[in-house]
Design a binder for this molecule. Structure first.
Ligand code: THU
Length: 135
């Protein structure tokens, strides 16, 4: 990923956070994914009065990507209002794994724009082997 794309991806995640619908947790999250063909899709968390129905920012962004017909994630950016790094939840890691590989870059961004990059394989080292289901 070149520096311009990286900066754009980070900005899109930060911007997505602005539309977070999180009246229950008051925890705003924004995410953006970069596809294999250089497109960016972003999303925010959207909560519900039936608490368990909340959707995370990462999955919101990924589902929009899938709806646009894209199937490959090269990088993911995630940000919140915390001064510490937040990482995707277990459900989102599973969903990321559908379209990503161990080398996919996960960019974590704090409120103060501190950035940390980790490889997806590091935070989700043993994806379930469900390839057979695709046949
Ligand atoms: N949340 C995300 O959107 N992404 C994460 O990586 C962690 C958690 C959301 C879910 C819920 O709306 C709120 O943050 C508090 O958990």
């Amino acid at each position: 990923m070149n520096n311009d794309l990286r900066a754009e991806l980070i900005q899109r995640a930060i911007r997505a956070k602005e539309t977070s619908y999180s009246p229950y947790s008051k925890f705003r999250v924004g995410a953006a994914v970069l596809t294999g063909d250089g497109e960016i899709f972003s999303g925010c968390n959207v909560e519900n009065a039936s608490y368990g129905l909340a959707i995370c920012a990462e999955r919101n962004a990924i589902f929009q990507m899938a709806f646009a017909g894209k199937r490959k994630i090269v990088a993911v950016a995630v940000t919140s209002d915390e001064t510490t790094f937040i990482t995707p939840c277990g459900a989102c890691r599973q969903v990321i794994s559908e379209f990503a590989g161990p080398g996919t870059e996960i960019l974590l961004i704090t409120k103060n724009k501190k950035i940390k990059s980790v490889k997806f394989g590091k935070i989700f080292p043993a994806p379930p082997s469900l390839e057979k289901l695709k046949k």
